[in-house]
Design a protein around this ligand. Sequence first.
Ligand code: PEP
Length: 246
Amino acid sequence: MRRKIAAGNWKMNGLKASLAEVEALKPVCTGECDVILCPPATLVAAMAEVAKGANITVGGQDCHWNESGAHTGDIAAEMLADAGAGAVILGHSERRADHCETDMMVHNKALAAWRAGLQAIICVGETEAERDAGTTLDIIGGQLAGSTPDGATAENTVIAYEPVWAIGTGRTPTLEEIAEVHDFLRGRLVERFGLDGEGFRLLYGGSVKPGNAAEIFAVSNVDGGLVGGASLKASDFSGIIQAANG
Ligand code: PEP
């Protein structure tokens, strides 16, 4: 039985005052599912302080593959861990598009995350043009293989399927389309990692809201969600956490 995850990605949103949202989430963080919140790097340490003692893991949204060095503007996995993070999102489609991140870069970032003791949340997902061209599973399979290092385990890695065209658009794939991709991902993980492949958590991401979370989380091989917009307000995200609580 895989424990569900409700993960929030605040992207480039949030100031210190936004930490009140974390406080307001605590009543629904009752331990039935794992809750991960990934604020901008400026808030990781302060959020970790607010989340102390609650069932909330704080995560980063990206990390560099090196431990330190001349990389202006970048953040090492060790720095995230030092600030109190326990996880990091890697290869989000916005980073792949805006910062030209390749599968190999994501692969190296995952190694860095593990080196620092962080759980890597590796994102994969097709564009609308790729879906229309019928190449969704080829794209997802390639991203999964190229971005996930051999040392991946059910404990150190979570895979998030996020169709690019569903992110922030209010559009979602059908439940059948979500099941098709998640079943495919499960098959690939079992092929590569044997029985351990059954233990990896697979998150769906893309316009998850309180109103559709329960039906999406009930889909075959969906072990929770990676949520952008609806994770910013406790009033929305608490409904999604409750759906993951079951
Ligand atoms: C995301 O950016 O990871 C995401 C899924 O965004 P949204 O929930 O806003 O579609």
